[in-house]
Design a protein around this ligand. Structure first.
Ligand SMILES: NC(=O)c1ccc[n+]([C@@H]2O[C@H](COP(=O)([O-])OP(=O)(O)OC[C@H]3O[C@@H](n4cnc5c(N)ncnc54)[C@H](O)[C@@H]3O)[C@@H](O)[C@H]2O)c1
Length: 257
């Protein structure tokens, strides 16, 4: 499953799933581009990778911004010469009812979560086509497959990611570029912790969410990183256009049961 010497951009790699993914891929010899808006998070990931003997470059990036993404991809190519992989992971969430949501909030969630996939893929694909190979992994969510009250913008952004993944796969298959989405369930990260902290009884919710999973635990960034590693690699060379649910079996349960 060698990713040795392959250049992989990981967006939102300053925390959580993105950091776990960047560290795992770097440990396999991939050259990582940490495309992250948060300077401290990006530098921390860079330091972790380099001190473990890996290769990485931190490029401060706002994935929702066209110019910032263009400059990031240009800098990545200038530094490493090519791009093999793109992990569109950066994302934010918002809990708000649709009936009272502002246009600014809706646009912010859709821009960071979905427009970013368009911008980063559009910028990276010409370099992948030049190489005649590439693999794009888009981090969606189980929110792409189910409705969650007070998450309309997030749900729409994640459903959009799964849809656009299929189109990217169709348009780029002839160039040997694959595109797949991953739908994580509940993963212990800063995003999860902030959701949990906002619940009326966090300890009770923490216990309940473990029980929702047949495997009786929530996921870790490594659980998702391993799925990213597989889909990025040549082991998955005939897999494109799919969305892979990685959720400890949570989606197998009918919630009324
Ligand atoms: N944690 C979960 O339970 C869970 C479940 C399903 C899907 N996801 C998805 O996984 C992805 C990663 O989530 P996480 O839980 O690791 O969250 P996290 O908050 O720990 O990390 C998200 C990272 O994205 C960065 N980021 C935010 N806006 C950005 C921007 N405009 N440009 C560049 N970077 C930006 C943040 O600074 C942060 O480092 C997200 O897309 C999220 O929707 C998470």
């Amino acid at each position: 499953m060698s990713l040795k010497e392959r250049v992989v951009i990981v967006t939102g790699a300053g925390s959580g799933i993105g950091r776990g993914t960047a560290e795992l891929l770097a440990s396999e010899g991939a050259k990582i581009v940490i495309a992250e808006i948060n300077q401290t998070g990006g530098m921390d990931t860079l330091e972790a990778i380099v001190s473990a003997g890996g290769t990485a470059k931190f490029i401060q990036t706002n994935v929702a911004d066209e110019q910032s993404v263009r400059l990031m991809v240009e800098a990545a190519v200038a530094c490493y010469g090519s791009i093999y992989g793109l992990v569109n992971n950066a994302g934010i969430e918002l809990e708000a009812e649709l009936s009272s949501m502002t246009v600014a909030d809706w646009d912010r969630i859709l821009s960071v979560n979905l427009r970013s996939v368009f911008l980063c893929s559009r910028a990276a694909i010409p370099h992948m086509r030049r190489e005649g190979r590439g693999s794009i992994i888009n981090i969606a969510s189980v929110h792409a497959n189910f409705g969650f009250e007070r998450y309309s913008a997030y749900d729409a952004s994640k459903g959009g990611i799964v849809a656009v993944t299929r189109t990217i796969a169709l348009e780029n298959g002839p160039y040997q570029i694959r595109a797949n989405a991953i739908c994580p369930g509940y993963i212990d990260t800063a995003m999860w912790a902030s959701w949990l902290g906002a619940q009326p009884d966090p300890e009770k919710t923490e216990r309940e969410t473990r029980q929702w999973h047949p495997l009786r635990r929530r996921g870790t960034p490594l659980d998702i990183a391993r799925a990213v590693r597989f889909l990025l690699s040549d082991e998955a060379e005939w897999i494109t256009g799919i969305s892979l649910v990685v959720d400890g079996g949570m989606s197998a349960r009918f919630f009324g049961s």
